[in-house]
Design a protein around this ligand. Structure first.
Ligand code: HAM
Length: 416
């Protein structure tokens, strides 16, 4: 039996899981400030949910999905992302009466990619979807939300926001023609991957990291020049909204996203601190996704961030409640300490209680538990109705009467 985790997956334990949860809770709190509700969709869906929406030629559908036939003969896929399942839920749960909807979500996603720093096969995303808001100010509000999450995590100095517009379908078709005729003239100099993409999904060539493609991409026609009036207007009001909020950004005319459902706004918060995996938080507008899946024509815009990538950047210490160590000496005190710790924990006072060892061993343990104080009690103290309280930072020591212990500790913990 193989006992290691499957390649590209990780156990989250102790401090790592604390950081993971802190990131989610911070994002959730901020999402609440924007009026978001939370949604949790299943981690697997019928494969069509992804195949018909992300793009048959997208990397995800082409080579990264965990797809299997279940015992009933249905083709099932572990979700590689959260937007298509939420669009599916919007339709199947009949949520169209509730628009505009603002949704927060988080959870594991699955992609069969080559694992490296910041890239896993089971990874976790947190994300936002605004459904039913056609205005570009909604796109800007999503970015405001993303920006405030990144700031609260302390990673805003490590990321740069890049934005682009890929316009509406008409603008994109006009651009695709220009791009294909330009790239066809350079076809033999393109990388093998890009030569294939030229036939299947030419816009994705702009995203190529292959050095062979770089000089060709650098001279390629610019998408913004092909935007029709409506798309230009949409992009401009979006940019004005970012300016109004003083959110710094860079226009990247070559930013195209790897999923087919996008239109108009696309954006990525990128970092130079994670090697090849530079996208920390990415998203955009998807006005035709829901109708394409068979639902009522409903616009959407949103983003998702990789929690593992955020965790690699958000290295600040996470506040944890400091416990008090209860140190009983002798059988009678052991039982008293168990009873007292039960009572204190009921009041949500964190207590570190050791079950064995002499005084010095237990004091060492209190240090390890990062306790603020130790309460030392033996049968002699119990007989006098007191415990010895020792401040573990200053070494100061005093006696506290047992009958006022709970209220004294409550006061101490609330900082009075
Ligand atoms: P995405 O760009 O495919 O977009 O993924 C979003 C984020 O997930 C990335 O920026 C990255 O931080 C993280 N990520 C992706 N793949 C991995 C991986 N293998 N390991 C670790 N982290 C990863 C979406 O998923 C869209 N659904 C975003 C969206 C929401 N667009 C509109 N609404």
């Amino acid at each position: 039996m193989k006992l290691q985790p499957v390649r590209g997956t990780h156990d989250l334990i102790g401090a790592d899981l604390d950081r993971h949860n802190w990131i989610i809770n911070t994002a959730r709190k901020i999402a609440n400030c924007y009026g978001c509700d939370e949604i949790a969709t299943p981690i697997f869906e019928f494969s069509q949910v992804f195949k018909r929406t992300l793009g048959e030629q997208s990397d995800i559908v082409n080579k990264e999905m965990y797809t299997f036939e279940d015992r009933g003969g249905d083709s099932i896929t572990l979700r590689p992302e959260g937007t298509a399942p939420i669009a599916r839920a919007f339709i199947s749960e009949g949520l169209s009466q509730q628009i505009p909807l603002k949704l927060f979500y988080q959870g594991p996603m699955f992609r069969y990619e080559r694992p490296q720093k910041g890239r896993q096969r089971q990874f976790h995303q947190l994300g936002i979807e605004y459904i039913g808001l056609p205005q570009s100010t909604a796109d800007a509000e999503c970015i405001s939300l993303a920006f405030n999450i990144l700031s609260a995590l302390g990673v805003d100095p490590l990321v740069t926001l890049e934005v682009n517009s890929i316009g509406d379908e008409a603008s994109r078709n006009a651009y695709r023609q220009k791009l294909v005729s330009y790239l066809t003239a350079h076809e033999k100099d393109l990388s093998a991957d890009s030569q294939t993409r030229l036939k299947l999904n030419p816009l994705r060539i702009l995203d190529s990291k292959d050095p062979k493609d770089q000089p060709i991409i650098a001279k390629a026609p610019i998408l913004e020049d092909s935007l029709n009036e409506e798309s230009k207007q949409f992009y401009q009001t979006f940019l004005n909204s970012l300016d109004a909020m003083k959110i710094p950004f860079q226009k990247n005319p070559r930013l195209v996203r790897g999923l087919d459902y996008y239109c108009h706004t696309v954006f990525e918060f990128k970092t130079t601190h994670l090697g090849a995996q530079d996208a920390v938080l990415s998203g955009g507008r998807y006005d035709t996704l829901i109708s394409q899946m068979g639902g009522p024509a409903t616009p959407g815009v949103g983003f998702a961030a990789g929690i593992e990538r955020l965790a690699l950047l958000a290295t600040r210490e996470i506040p944890k409640p400091t416990p008090i160590s209860l140190i009983p000496l002798g059988e009678e005190a052991e039982l008293w300490a168990l009873k007292m710790s039960h009572e204190l924990r009921k009041l949500q006072i964190p207590v570190d209680l050791s079950h064995s060892g002499n005084l010095s061993k237990r004091m060492k343990r209190a240090d390890k538990a990062k306790s603020s104080a130790a309460l030392i009690v033996g049968s002699e103290e119990l007989a006098r109705g007191v415990v010895t309280w020792k401040d573990l930072k200053t070494g100061e020591q005093k006696e506290i009467a047992i009958n006022s212990l709970v209220s004294t500790l409550q006061q101490m913990m609330s900082g009075d």
